[in-house]
Design a protein around this ligand. Sequence first.
Ligand SMILES: Nc1ncnc2c1ncn2[C@@H]1O[C@H](COP(=O)(O)OP(=O)(O)OP(=O)(O)O)[C@@H](O)[C@H]1O
Ligand SMILES: O=c1ccn([C@@H]2O[C@H](COP(=O)(O)O)[C@@H](O)[C@H]2O)c(=O)[nH]1
Ligand SMILES: [Mg+2]
Length: 237
Amino acid sequence: MWRRATSLSSLIFSSSRRPLRDQGAYSLKAWEFFCAEPFKGEGCLSKEKNLFITFVLGGPGSGKGTQCAKIVENFGYTHLSAGELLRQEIASNSEDGAVILDMIKEGKIVPSEMTVKLLKKEMESCDNGKFLIDGFPRNEENRIAFEQIIGAEPNSVLFFDCPEEEMIKRVLNRNEGRVDDNIDTIRKRLKVFAASHYPVIEYYSKKGKLYKIDAIGTEDEIFERVRPVFAACKGAH
Ligand SMILES: Nc1ncnc2c1ncn2[C@@H]1O[C@H](COP(=O)(O)OP(=O)(O)OP(=O)(O)O)[C@@H](O)[C@H]1O
Ligand SMILES: O=c1ccn([C@@H]2O[C@H](COP(=O)(O)O)[C@@H](O)[C@H]2O)c(=O)[nH]1
Ligand SMILES: [Mg+2]
């Protein structure tokens, strides 16, 4: 169903098997998005610096963090993982941190103001205006809060498309000691993901900003599907 609703760009580039020569239209589209003037709202962060934002979306364990590390290495973006910022807030023992811990244990989505506050703080303190925002927005409320508080829309959105069984396998093998990497919480996270991500994907698809990436394969194979999205505009900003 949702495949029919994806943007032309994501349909063109959703297949890893597509030969490189077919990617001309895609490169052009990527160029247009990355080089577009970002929206500037009065008194907003986007007023103070040129922002180039990519949202990196996908289910738990779909490989967002892994691919973000490669994008940073190759294209000089600053990686902001919303989940990681929330975990740091928990570690700081703040009042918000206690609320956040309860929600993460249950796989729930933390109130938008808390997450956007943390993202904003990081974005303000960073000289680089090129951001990969990983694992956010998770629902429409998140998306709207970001646009209102930061005063910017993403230039592009990556969506890592991964089957549930693969995501479960990867998360259970992760071994990073996360409180939510257990089968009960993973099932809850997958339910929340299934119930909330589609409107966000649909929104950016309609705006022609969505790049759907097949998340099955080795990490390097997947990065070769991601690379052209960023390569098209390397050096332009
Ligand atoms: N292509 C891949 N094939 C197999 N394992 C992978 C692949 N990509 C990442 N992994 C592994 O899967 C696990 C989950 O990857 P990663 O942490 O990047 O996912 P994520 O989308 O950021 O997940 P989360 O939303 O839970 O933070 C990690 O242990 C990572 O090393
Ligand atoms: O924008 C966000 C990002 C994350 N959360 C909560 O954190 C966990 C873990 O997130 P990862 O992206 O997997 O690191 C997630 O299950 C949510 O509970 C959030 O609420 N909002
Ligand atoms: Mg992650």
